[in-house]
Design a protein around this ligand. Structure first.
Ligand SMILES: Cc1cc2nc3c(=O)[nH]c(=O)nc-3n(C[C@H](O)[C@H](O)[C@H](O)COP(=O)(O)OP(=O)(O)OC[C@H]3O[C@@H](n4cnc5c(N)ncnc54)[C@H](O)[C@@H]3O)c2cc1C
Length: 442
């Protein structure tokens, strides 16, 4: 299937995340190039703010933007909703799960990542990942559901109703734990006035010995201090060995009763990486050449999270929104160079830094390639500015700013919507009781 309007080269782009959208936006500026953008969702989602949807700070619609609307002024961009099941790199053909096919002159694979449970028994079944908008709304409903259940029957607190376990001390786990602590302390304590909300506990578990691995030592300490102040109990240097319906077991032999385990423990390539037949490397991701192409697969580009993109230090670039966006734009430039008979250029990443938010008013920003470090209120302001500017759509930005302002000044969350009640349902039946509670180091 090809939306042929009779002119120019046709590029198929799989995935409307940061990388895919970056690529399509760049191609859309050129005459004589047609693009078919395929995604399983009809929206672009802003993953860095998923934790704010999960903790009722932002509404789902604040971080999702219709792909059709995004490209409605570009007649040469055709958006198709569909699940890509297979790719044929030789013919630049993608086949959807329902059998529909799309063939182009070039193919860009930008299908992102999926959670990696590292084969931890029970994790895929019982833990809640935080990778998509669907995950975020499911987690939000589970958080609200355990409060409702404990409110109906406070004896469930002993069954772990108000114990939250966050697995992973990277930015996802740290940001979620901080926001959850604020939600419980400032909103739930007011709204569930008949419930002993002070009994709520948040545990953050990580195999590593520090929080926020990619940041500096000072940032590791700052994050631990801020989370400790918010009452989050840290279990560092210890692995999760099992996740059950009502507990989490740790490698030191201890266990926690809980009905809400959040998995922020890592990512790996999505299934389409394996079915593509393209060369897979670390994390199952596709190993690309420095110009983002694949040896022997002419006209195929792989960008963003799904790619191992070589960096000048001999490693690969990290799985970050900024790397994804820039690699998508770069692939578009190289596709245009191919069309013009010019040489492709090696991907160069412009590193603007990294940042993380640890609950209200506390953030860490390491700016630029030399990592100039900002903490506290200045970093918080920088965080607000950067995230608002990266969001797609003026309306989403305005809505997010209103929600952040409301949250900051009123200390009250907005969209506490238990809209996934069926999925968030909890089995309050028997579960293996923990022999020993872990010793936390706040
Ligand atoms: C919770 C969380 C917080 C994060 N925070 C930050 C942060 O603060 N700063 C930062 O720089 N980065 C952050 N990241 C990382 C950043 O979001 C990713 O690096 C970035 O989204 C990758 O972009 P991408 O386009 O490669 O993939 P994605 O954004 O994941 O997009 C992939 C797209 O492909 C589609 N897709 C996948 N498979 C198929 C298929 N088979 N068929 C059809 N469509 C398919 C998906 O629906 C999706 O739209 C965070 C990630 C998460 C999960």
């Amino acid at each position: 299937m090809s939306p042929d309007n009779g002119s120019g080269r046709h590029v198929i782009v799989v995935g409307g995340g940061f990388a895919g959208v970056g690529c399509v936006k760049r191609l859309a500026r050129e005459d004589g190039v047609r693009v078919t953008l395929i995604d399983r969702h009809n929206y672009h989602q802003f993953q860095p703010l998923l934790y704010q949807v999960a903790t009722s700070q932002l509404a789902s619609t604040d971080i999702a933007f219709s792909l059709r609307k995004l490209f409605r002024e570009h007649d040469d961009v055709d958006v198709k909703l569909g699940e890509v099941a297979e790719l044929d790199p030789a013919t630049h053909t993608v086949t959807l799960a329902d059998g529909d096919r799309f063939t182009g002159d070039a193919l860009v694979l930008a299908a992102g990542s999926q959670p990696n449970f590292f084969r931890t028994p029970g994790a895929e079944e019982h833990a809640l990942p935080l990778y998509s908008l669907d995950d975020a709304t499911r987690l939000r409903s589970r958080i609200l559901e355990v409060f409702e259940a404990a409110d109906r029957d406070p004896s469930r607190i002993d069954q772990g109703a108000l114990t939250f376990v966050v697995v992973g001390g990277g930015p996802t786990g740290v940001e979620l734990a901080g926001a959850l602590a604020d939600l419980i302390a400032e909103t739930m304590s007011v709204e569930y006035h008949d419930l002993a909300v002070t009994a709520a506990q948040i545990h953050l578990v990580d195999l590593g010995h520090t929080l926020l691995g990619p940041f500096s030592d000072r940032a590791h300490d700052y994050a631990a201090k801020v989370l400790g102040r918010k009452g989050v109990r840290l279990h560092l240097g210890v692995a999760v060995t099992e996740v059950g319906a009502g507990h989490v077991s740790l490698a030191d032999g201890s266990a926690l009763r809980t009905r809400c385990v959040v998995w922020g423990g890592g990512i790996k390539a999505p299934p389409v990486a394996a079915t593509s037949g393209l060369p897979q490397g670390r994390g199952g991701r596709i190993d690309v050449l420095p110009d983002l192409t694949i040896p022997g697969a002419d006209g195929v580009y792989v960008v963003g999270d799904i790619a191992n993109i070589p960096s000048p230090d001999g490693h690969s670039y990290p799985q970050l929104g900024s790397v994804a966006l820039q690699s998508g734009v770069w692939a578009a430039e190289n596709i245009l160079a191919d069309g013009a008979g010019k040489p492709r250029r090696t991907f160069h990443y412009h590193d603007k830094g990294i940042m993380a938010m640890i609950g209200r008013g506390a953030a860490i920003a390491e700016v630029g390639p030399h990592r100039h470090e900002l903490h506290g209120a200045i970093a918080f302001s920088a965080w607000l500015g950067v995230h608002a500017s990266l969001m797609t759509g003026v309306r989403n930005r305005v809505d997010a700013f209103i929600a952040w302002g409301w949250d900051y000044f009123t200390k009250s969350r907005g969209p506490q919507v238990l809209d996934r009640a069926d999925i968030a349902k909890i089995d309050w039946g028997e579960d293996v009781a923990p022999d020993r509670e872990p010793a936390a180091a706040p």
